[in-house]
Design a protein around this ligand. Sequence first.
Ligand code: FES
Length: 171
Amino acid sequence: MTTATSKEKFSYRVWRYNGAPGELIPLLQSAQEHFGYIPRRAINYISGVTGIPESDIYGVITFYSQFRLRPMGKYVVRACAGTACHVSGAKMIIETIEDELGIEVGDTSEDGMFTLNTVACIGCCSLAPVIMINDETYGRLTPASLRKLLRKYIRKVGETAASIENVSCAK
Ligand code: FES
């Protein structure tokens, strides 16, 4: 049995679009699954086939935080906003990341290096506040230690990531 590729699924959804309410969302999810984000050419293609104005498609994409207009960064920073991290200063941690990287939650930096997202819980609550950068987990952060960590990533982009001590946590 063959399984449809993400490209086939995307194409299938575009061509079967019949204007039913809510049908654009799964179509855009399919585009994002295929491309990793929703590129301009996909919006152009969807608009051309379905007749939906590009401006309307952009409106939907920018309304829902699940959609991205840029590819994910080389380093994906996941800041925990769960309860344990929240009471341990997650808000300040997130603001520090935003300030250091010059992006807001949900954005990717202009140079494509960093994407910042929040998550509900990383599973290392005893180490709050916690973030992950790709597969590495960093806990008991302070704004100062976080800035130091992020600057290491910024400096070492393209190389093996920061040598600052990361913590492991059994999930
Ligand atoms: S709440 Fe942040 S790791 Fe669990």
